[in-house]
Design a protein around this ligand. Sequence first.
Ligand SMILES: Nc1nc2c(ncn2[C@@H]2O[C@H](COP(=O)(O)OP(=O)(O)O)[C@@H](O)[C@H]2O)c(=O)[nH]1
Ligand SMILES: Nc1ncnc2c1ncn2[C@@H]1O[C@H](COP(=O)(O)OP(=O)(O)O)[C@@H](O)[C@H]1O
Length: 185
Amino acid sequence: MSRVFVITGPSGVGKGTLIRQLLDRVPGLELSVSATTRAPRPGEEHGVAYHFLSDEDFARRVDEGDFVEWAEYSGRRYGTLRSELRKRTDAGAPVLLEIEVQGARQVLDSLPEAVRIFIAPPSAEVLRTRLVGRGTDGDAEIERRLQVAEEELAAQGEFAHVVENDRLEDAIDELVAIVRTHLDG
Ligand SMILES: Nc1nc2c(ncn2[C@@H]2O[C@H](COP(=O)(O)OP(=O)(O)O)[C@@H](O)[C@H]2O)c(=O)[nH]1
Ligand SMILES: Nc1ncnc2c1ncn2[C@@H]1O[C@H](COP(=O)(O)OP(=O)(O)O)[C@@H](O)[C@H]1O
């Protein structure tokens, strides 16, 4: 039975929002804390939102083989630390990874048993509205993310499950059902 879940999809589609509720609804499910070289946003704590690393530290840890997967996204690096994943799977917990599409592809090779879920927006316009509405990124960063999103959306057919995040409650129910099916078997 698979115990690793990968949630991917374009920035602003609602991954973080859905995951917060998924963690409430599925007791025992744990979110792996990623490493990144991007700067913390206001309110983001080191070790909680991310392990915020310098470029040098990230590069060193890549060389040391510390990552299950990592990718460059919008000029920054993001990756899943083996130690983050292992401490949870060793304790028997089901684990969730929230990562972008290139990383999700790598997981197909390194953890082929992982359940991979793509979160899709109802439309490109809605995605833009959500990114703007979130208010965490400047105009140039939003445009970069929307450009990446075009490629990411084209890749959704690679994923076993595609959940459209239109009405939030429906998307959460769908996500919970997928996860429970794999955990209850
Ligand atoms: N490959 C990979 N992508 C990650 C990881 N952690 C976060 N990401 C992705 O990096 C992208 C940018 O993340 P972030 O700057 O936090 O923006 P946000 O997810 O839109 O709030 C998103 O698509 C995340 O899912 C990771 O460990 N590995
Ligand atoms: N189903 C939805 N309907 C309307 N707004 C949503 C929905 N899901 C998420 N949002 C909003 O869209 C924005 C981006 O969501 P977020 O969870 O930060 O996305 P991601 O983690 O994929 O980048 C947030 O402001 C969030 O409140």
